[in-house]
Design a protein. Structure first.
Ligand code: ATP
Length: 290
């Protein structure tokens, strides 16, 4: 059996780290949304007993058990006691290690698809529980719709569909280590963005209130060693975005625009300064099937 599925990137509209647990893990309060920029996965069953093979068109990705898609498939097959082999081919469109959840969304797409292929009938909550063992962003990516994410990433509360808006993404040509950034949260005084205001804006479908209340606690940590982040944020605003910030632990930054024409203006102006830019919209709010 063969399925081809889409795995959308995520953006953090709001990211707060209210405290660090005694074991060093972070308590999150994040508003996340999924966007049009997506990987494509082909997932095919084989008769090679429980053998999982990963293929991808990206030289940056491991094709072995370090790949999050592999880990998700292995956990699923083991938990459901299924001995079928799998071949998973990933067409990578989401920049790797960019703060856009590329690995987590691939893992979540594998879980959703295997649940369908094998008709195992797990709920999204149950798939999210398996996904939490792979990475803290996988539970959100199982739902892949606008949501409040809390706890260590495992509590996903779906929110109202966002009003119409466009995002202009800029990925600076730098690498950021997520574990290194997260380690600094315990020792760095971070800002706490107004998540409740953001939630109220989403509840009221109020674009202006949403744009005014985006924010990311991790931004000051990443931009301390990568000043390009602040420069790109300022340019996004200068060129016409209504708000700008970093996604996840970075380095990708995004600007938020009310209209498509404004987004194109920002995108065109930015292209000269950052060669990896994207224009996209929130989507997948009508999920589950994509
Ligand atoms: P996060 O913020 O959740 O750590 P990210 O969005 O910044 O993630 P990813 O694109 O998920 O970054 O990549 C993080 C790491 O995961 C990279 O070192 C990459 O090699 C590894 N990885 C494993 N599997 C995948 C995959 N299927 N797609 C992307 N990266 C993967």
């Amino acid at each position: 059996m063969k399925r081809i599925v889409r795995a959308p990137a995520k953006l953090n509209l709001g990211l707060d780290a209210p405290f660090v647990h005694p074991d060093g893990s972070i308590e999150w309060r994040m508003v996340m949304t999924s966007i049009g920029l997506s990987d494509h996965l082909q997932i095919e069953t084989t008769n090679r007993h429980s053998k999982i093979r990963i293929f991808s068109d990206s030289s940056f990705l491991p094709n072995d058990k370090r790949n999050l898609a592999y880990q998700a498939a292995h956990l699923f097959l083991t938990k459901m006691n299924i001995q079928t082999g799998l071949e998973i081919s990933i067409k990578k469109n989401i920049p790797v290690a960019a703060g856009l959840g590329g690995g987590s969304t691939d893992a979540a797409a594998v879980l959703r698809t295997l649940n369908e292929i094998f008709e195992t009938g797990l709920s999204f909550d149950e798939l999210a529980q398996i996904g939490a063992q792979v990475d803290s962003d996988v539970p959100y990516c199982v739902f892949s719709r606008t949501a409040l994410v809390s706890g260590r990433g495992e509590i996903v509360t779906p929110l109202k569909k966002l009003p119409k808006m466009w995002f202009v993404l800029a990925k600076p040509n730098i690498s950021v280590s997520t574990p290194r950034i997260l380690k600094q949260v315990a020792t760095t005084p971070v800002s706490h963005p107004p998540i409740d205001e953001l939630l109220a804006g989403i509840e009221d479908s109020d674009y202006d209130r949403i744009a005014a209340n985006i924010g990311n606690s991790l931004e000051c940590i990443t931009s301390a060693s990568h000043p390009q982040i602040d420069t790109l944020k300022s340019r996004l605003i200068e060129y016409g975005a209504d708000g700008s910030q970093m996604s996840g632990s970075g380095p990708t930054v995004f600007g938020i625009c009310r209209t498509e024409s404004r987004a194109h203006r920002v995108y065109n102006s930015l292209s000269g300064f950052c060669h990896e830019t994207y224009i996209t919209q929130p989507e997948c709010d009508t999920h589950p099937a994509f």
